[in-house]
Ligand binder design. Structure first.
Ligand code: PEP
Ligand code: MN
Length: 361
């Protein structure tokens, strides 16, 4: 073959490449349009039957020199790229996504602003047990300058025979203590029917790990104006976590906080495995404030401080921990709650680390 012939053939290939490029992008634009239509109709974007039919037509018409297998392989790559294109479009459109809203969401709990770059500590007992118990904790929080108290009134317990919480009575105790000490209060709600009334007593509705994919609860929480703290499910991926938050936002409630609380792994020396990498990933992917529950993730009092530091160093907007006046007699999570002197010590150490008061902005 002469030099001349070779360059002629190469020229032809170059032309075909450009035609293929134009055709591939024309095809991609049509696939995107189909994706939009499917989204409106709520149809699944991946349609294996349709792909199979297209491949049958293509291999039937195939006259070579490519084999049917090669043609199938090449077109499957094209189908996959089109599907990825439709899905990345959908991800961009998520309300929780930073691609949708670049600035950090700041949630104003009546003067206590979360997500500003100044971290918060949310502390309090695992469960509300009595007025005396909650008042003792509230007093300790106030003395430390902590603004947000936690306490469970509806407890999602593993065993039906364990203490289930005081219910509405518990919410009333929390409100009373919060008002007395000028605190904001957060408590878990487990039943969609309780979401509306909860707003009368608490400043933030917590949706617990076990309910992260309780879609009716998420929808109910999305239909009120009360801010929501959503915990990551026991075995939820970050994508599933963000989709759960999207359920709330898509119903109109844009005051959502995320909380990493450890995931289940094979590790037994901690109650769950604290996924610190979740913090910078969630902060990058989403504009919502991110908390880390250092108590339920570790289940250990002895490593609370390093885990709190790690969370704040990784960019968390705050931490959550359990504090009880007398953990030994606590009706739930007795082994992991810390008493008030330990909490005071913990706060002193956290402040000394420079990570707590430090502003990130
Ligand atoms: C809690 O915070 O009281 C609780 C039960 O946590 P989680 O849902 O993360 O287990
Ligand atoms: Mn607990």
């Amino acid at each position: 073959m002469s030099e001349h012939q070779l360059s002629d053939l190469r020229e032809k290939l170059d032309e075909i490449n450009l035609k293929l490029l134009a055709l591939l992008n024309e095809r991609a634009s049509i696939a995107k349009e189909i994706g939009e239509v499917k989204k409106k109709q709520g149809i699944n974007k991946f349609d294996p039957e349709r792909e199979q039919k297209m491949l049958e037509v293509l291999t039937k018409e195939n006259k070579g020199p490519f084999s049917d297998e090669t043609i199938s392989y090449l077109f499957k790559q094209i189908f996959k790229a089109s599907l990825d294109l439709q899905q990345s479009d959908q991800k961009e459109a998520l309300l929780v996504s930073r691609k949708k809203k670049n600035s950090d969401t700041v949630i104003d709990l009546g003067g206590t602003r979360v997500g500003t770059g100044r971290p918060h500590v949310i502390a309090g007992p695992c469960a509300v047990e009595s007025e005396e118990q909650v008042f003792a904790v509230a007093r300790a929080l106030k003395a430390q300058g902590i603004e947000i108290m936690r306490g469970g009134a509806f407890k999602p317990r593993t065993s039906p025979y364990d203490f289930q919480g005081l219910g509405l009575e518990g919410l009333k105790i929390l409100r009373k203590a919060a008002d007395e000490f000028g605190l904001k209060v957060i408590s878990e709600i487990v039943n969609p029917a309780d979401i509306e009334v909860a707003g009368e007593y608490i400043d933030v509705i917590q949706i617990g790990a076990r309910n992260m994919q309780n879609f009716e609860l998420l929808k109910a929480a999305g239909s009120v104006n009360t801010p929501v703290l959503l915990k990551r499910g026991l075995s939820a991926t970050l994508e599933e976590f963000l989709f759960a938050a999207e359920y709330i936002m898509s119903r109109g409630n844009d005051q959502v906080m995320l909380c990493e609380r450890g995931i289940r792994t094979y590790e037994k020396w901690t109650r769950n495995t604290l996924d610190i990498s979740a913090v910078p990933i969630l902060k990058n992917e989403s504009h919502l404030p991110v908390f880390v529950d250092i108590t339920h993730s570790t289940g250990r009092r002895d490593i609370l401080l390093p885990c709190a530091k790690a969370a704040l160093a990784a960019g968390a907007d705050g931490i959550m921990l359990e504090v009880h006046p007398n953990p030994a007699v606590a009706l739930s999570d007795a082994k992991q709650q810390i008493d008030i002197p330990s909490f005071d010590h913990f706060m002193g150490e956290l402040r000394a680390s420079g990570l707590f008061e430090q502003s990130k902005t």
